[in-house]
Design a protein around this ligand. Structure first.
Ligand code: GLU
Length: 309
């Protein structure tokens, strides 16, 4: 008999240990925790530690301690991308079986020089397809790219609605494995979320442009697509980008150690969640207990803004 039991959601938070937790990530962590917990689901923690040169020693522990400070407890063991390399290799081989993966000898500089249109520097430089039909003689493999069709990749975002991206025009054939053998972010997160049974991906909207590529990979590998929800970013005054330092949770806490509840309430206000009177000064676990009971995803803000502390 088919199992009719409704599946409880599995959410996750996946910080990269490149620095201490900042307020934007805290807001994302809170939103994702509440979305999973309010539906009785599980919440997992994964440390995205594949990009060794960008990591700062001790930051994974620092991030975990900060999450604990706010009462954001996770289920089970913390997973680490660096322990998943065998699984990545397996799924990379599966992707190669589609015939759509090819080695590429182009450097970033060459791609930037040949790009016909200005490119959003935070995302990708559109790849002109130079090595699609083979690498030039004398060049070495710098990456493996996944060929994309001249089509839109679309998905429904819980918060933003239907999102479509022209895969060919935006990034072109994109990197799934680097020259040094390390699996690229786009493929790694798809594999991680699949292996851990994640059904809800709640993350900052800075990652929204990556999602169509991840959805494309899921389709090729026949993997289930999680529900996506991209949250607007915490900004400085007037929407200005916050400096790294000013944005750190520890900077905001300042002398307030032991009064994290105030910052948590500010995060909940930022997330559009109504707050009861009398919560000011309450400990985090009490605030979270209350917030989980009345979390409303439809109240998430349309645009980012400041944390009003
Ligand atoms: N590790 C990524 C980051 O910190 C997030 C990955 C994801 O949520 O898919 O930006």
């Amino acid at each position: 008999m088919p199992d009719e039991t409704p599946k409880l959601p599995v959410g996750r938070f996946a910080p990269s240990p490149t620095g201490a937790l900042h307020t934007g990530s805290l807001a994302t962590a809170v939103a994702s925790w509440l979305m999973a917990r309010s539906a009785g689901g599980r919440w997992l923690l994964r440390i995205d530690d594949l990009d060794a040169p960008r990591q700062v020693p001790g930051m994974a522990d620092d991030i975990m301690q900060t999450l604990e400070l706010f009462g954001l407890c996770w289920d089970g063991q913390v997973s680490r991308q660096s322990s998943n390399r065998e699984a990545y290799r397996h799924y990379f081989s599966k992707l190669c079986e589609t015939g759509l993966v090819y080695p590429c000898g182009c450097s970033r500089r060459e791609i930037a020089q040949s790009a016909s249109a200005p490119h959003p520097d935070d995302d990708c430089i559109p790849y002109p397809g130079t090595c699609r039909c083979g690498m030039r003689t004398g060049t070495t493999v710098r990456s493996w790219r996944l060929r994309v069709p001249d089509e839109q990749a679309c998905f429904h975002d819980l918060h933003k609605g239907m999102i479509c991206q022209d895969l060919g025009g935006r990034c072109g054939d994109f990197v799934v494995r680097r020259g040094d053998g390390e699996i690229a972010y786009q493929l790694a997160v798809v594999v991680d979320d699949h292996l851990t049974g994640v059904t809800q991906v709640v993350r900052g909207e800075d990652l929204l442009p990556s999602t169509p590529r991840q959805v494309y990979i899921q389709g090729l590998l026949g993997l289930e697509r999680p529900v996506y929800c991209h949250i607007p970013l915490v900004t400085g005054p007037g929407g200005a980008k916050l400096s790294k330092r000013d944005n750190l949770v520890s900077h905001h806490l300042g002398n307030w150690r032991g009064k994290e509840g105030y910052l948590l309430l500010a995060v909940l206000r930022f997330l559009g969640q109504g707050l009861p009177h009398g919560m000011s000064g309450a400990p985090c676990d009490e605030i979270l207990r209350w917030a989980v009971g009345c979390f409303d995803a439809t109240s998430l803000p349309a645009i980012g803004g400041e944390l009003a502390i």
